[in-house]
Ligand binder design. Structure first.
Ligand SMILES: NC(=O)c1ccc[n+]([C@@H]2O[C@H](COP(=O)([O-])OP(=O)(O)OC[C@H]3O[C@@H](n4cnc5c(N)ncnc54)[C@H](OP(=O)(O)O)[C@@H]3O)[C@@H](O)[C@H]2O)c1
Length: 279
């Protein structure tokens, strides 16, 4: 791994905001940042889950924690985010919320679910990056991490909107990485493969055992560790050696075959019928 060790607090500042912080990868980021003395703004929809996360972190680390219970897909979500963070020097923004839950054919899913994904994975990152990026640029220091997915490498049956919005979460940070580098703001797209998180478990997937022939399923903590270690190594970092090897292999596969393979893998993963396109 070509990681560069940095003093995160010194490089980025005293506070981090984690969107999607109550569990899984987001909670692992929170825990690891708190261990380095960074104060935290933890954001997710559920006040109860946030309180549990905060008390767990507080029991281990001496940091200040603010909670923002907000739905990032809500029209007015920035109101509470703005007011709860006013006056804080947020030096790190981690946009983790991405709503992994289930897979369905596009036309069989309610339209609202797809539009919700567009809102969470595209509108949300734009809103938060614009709000917190301005003061980072003025201060000439800061960092942002946006979570994407191996599913973004090609669309496929059952994950049309999810894959497409996760592709946005690669391209958007890549551009910001280039635009904000002169202002000493590091931007990273962190691509995760299959990772054990509560959301993944509740989507009905059994991630307790490895998939035959697939890359190793990762633990949330390892994904977060790689993200922080490679924040200055943007624009993109793929978490996990197995995922990096898979990504390299996929880059050489013709697009048609790639979408076919993605569709088959998703169907297998979610126990759905796989119907290949006749060529
Ligand atoms: N797990 C995997 O296998 C995997 C694979 C590839 C990529 N990823 C990416 O990794 C990230 C984390 O995934 P995850 O598996 O932990 O699932 P997730 O559904 O994104 O949940 C993560 C966090 O986001 C919060 N959240 C979800 N929807 C929200 C909303 N509308 N507004 C505010 N907060 C919201 C959840 O808390 P609340 O329920 O309290 O809101 C939770 O704290 C996502 O971006 C995902 O695309 C995950």
């Amino acid at each position: 791994m070509t990681s560069r060790s940095v003093d995160i607090k010194q490089q980025y500042g005293p506070w981090a905001l984690i969107a999607g912080a109550s569990e899984g990868i987001g909670l692992a980021f929170a825990d690891q940042l708190a261990a380095q003395g960074i104060n935290l703004v933890l954001l997710s929809r559920s006040q109860g889950k946030l309180e549990a996360a905060a008390s767990d972190i507080k029991a281990k680390h001496n940091v200040d924690i603010r909670l923002v219970a907000a739905d990032l897909t809500a029209e007015n979500c920035m109101d509470s985010i703005r007011s709860e963070t006013a006056g804080l020097e947020i030096g790190l923004l981690i946009y983790n919320a991405g709503a992994v839950h289930g897979a369905e054919l596009f036309l069989d899913d309610p339209l609202e679910k797809s539009l919700g994904l567009v809102s969470l994975n595209c509108r949300g990152p734009v809103l938060l990056a614009h709000h917190f990026g301005q003061p980072m640029r003025e201060r000439k220091r800061g960092g942002m991490i946006f979570l994407s997915s191996m599913a973004a490498f090609a669309g496929g049956s059952y994950v049309a909107t999810y894959s497409a919005t996760k592709a946005f979460d690669i391209i958007f940070p890549q551009s910001l990485w280039h635009e904000m580098a002169p202002d000493n703001v590091n931007v990273l797209c962190l691509i995760a493969g299959a990772t054990r998180t509560p959301a993944m478990a509740s989507s009905g997937l059994d991630l307790s055992t490895e998939q035959e022939g697939g890359p190793a399923i990762m633990d949330s903590a390892d994904v977060a560790t790689e993200g922080l270690a490679n924040l200055a190594n943007g624009p993109v970092w793929i978490a996990g050696e197995g995922n990096r090897a898979t990504a390299e292999m996929l880059a050489a596969v013709p697009r048609k075959d790639l979408v076919e393979a993605m569709s088959m893998a998703t169907a297998n993963l979610y126990d759905k019928p796989y119907i290949p396109v006749k060529s």
